[in-house]
Design a protein around this ligand. Sequence first.
Ligand SMILES: CC(C)(COP(=O)(O)OP(=O)(O)OC[C@H]1O[C@@H](n2cnc3c(N)ncnc32)[C@H](O)[C@@H]1OP(=O)(O)O)[C@@H](O)C(=O)NCCC(=O)NCCS
Length: 254
Amino acid sequence: MGSVTKTTIIQGLHDLGLHTGCRVLAHSSLSSFGHVEGGADMVIDALLDVVGHSGTILVPTLTGSEALSASNPPLFDPENTPCWTGRIPETFRQRPDAIRSLHPTHSVAAIGADARRLTSMHQDSITPCDALSPYGLLATMPDSYILLLGVGHNSNTTFHHVEEIVGVDYHMQPGLVRAEIHTGDETLIRHIMLHAYGTPRNFGVMEAVYTERDIQYMTKIGEATVRLVVAQAMVEVTTQCLQADHRILCAQDA
Ligand SMILES: CC(C)(COP(=O)(O)OP(=O)(O)OC[C@H]1O[C@@H](n2cnc3c(N)ncnc32)[C@H](O)[C@@H]1OP(=O)(O)O)[C@@H](O)C(=O)NCCC(=O)NCCS
């Protein structure tokens, strides 16, 4: 297969139903496409072109890890702390017009009309994906989507928002941890909860439900399998299922 071009990506995103003015949180694997002409920057340009100036693109710029705890608390500098969520978000967050939310472990970078609105309250989130976080806020706004570019639902951070709504017992470390956020001007101190690691998830278990409810659409772009889910409906449906069975998102042997 030849190189994937900007036109190919834009066409694929339009085929999924994305359009001017919508809001899209994109999780990604650059290599999943096959060779992309122009690399990460070209994928970002394609995403921004599809939603236009009235729309918003968001990417997860996560920095938390299993190593964090009360004795090894997070130190976060939005300018300089790299994310571990891939080349596309790492490139995106460094664009001059990107706004990165000030969360010590689960920050999100955004460009577009609602970028500030979606990111500005994250510094006050006690749990990383709560109602004030971009994940939570996006799910309250119509015409908002989660896009999985060559990755599956295990990369879909919005599932953690649902786990926080339902309050499952395996998701958070007990107690609050003192975290520091170093901006250029000041150091913010926040007392936050950290993810508990060690419970493997199988978020893909929800795909059949999303397809049946007609809230997930799929296509191929280059070699990548691409999924689009309606954010608000995904959170509503998944919350209902998780309330009915608190272990439904856990891998079977967890
Ligand atoms: C971990 C993860 C990012 C790895 O994906 P990946 O495709 O291997 O890596 P990236 O997206 O960072 O892209 C970089 C890779 O793309 C490839 N690449 C480089 N230029 C490229 C181009 N022009 N076209 C296509 N691929 C290219 C290279 O293999 C490069 O790897 P290298 O830096 O080791 O050389 C991905 O599997 C993933 O999990 N993404 C989702 C993360 C997320 O949102 N998590 C939320 C958790 S709740």
